[in-house]
Design a binder for this molecule. Structure first.
Ligand SMILES: [Zn+2]
Length: 124
């Protein structure tokens, strides 16, 4: 049954990754239990008991990705500074929330992606 080379079925039955990341859906029971903090995974699903912590293990590249993103944003902020010379308060008002928001968003997305990948791998 699994020997069909032309029809990979890996997407079958998966909730959209973006909506899973946005609402933090558990990969097994799809309750909204994946995140305990805005960008922090729960240790385990409080609904079905899935061990999220062990699924997250090995996902340390997530932090690297996030730091790269923050670096890009800071460089972009410096670029705009050079270009427009906005007052400092305007820069902080604009880039502060944008940086925090993007980093949290990216963390949520990458962590969800990683946990879902690990969960699929762990299935027989
Ligand atoms: Zn669950």
């Amino acid at each position: 049954m699994n020997a069909d080379p032309t029809g990979p079925t890996e997407k079958k039955g998966q909730p959209g990754l973006v909506s899973a990341a946005l609402s933090g859906l558990c990969p097994r029971c799809r309750a909204k239990t994946l995140f305990a903090a805005p960008a922090g995974l729960a240790n385990r699903c409080s609904n079905c008991g899935l061990d999220i912590l062990s699924l997250e293990r090995g996902g340390r590249f997530v932090g690297v990705v996030t730091m790269l993103l923050a670096l890009v944003l800071i460089l972009a902020a410096l670029g705009v500074d050079e270009w427009l010379h906005p007052p400092l308060w305007a820069s902080l008002l604009f880039w502060g929330p944008l940086t925090v928001g993007s980093v949290i968003g990216a963390l949520r997305f990458y962590k969800t992606m990683w946990v879902y990948h690990q969960y699929e791998e762990s299935q027989p």
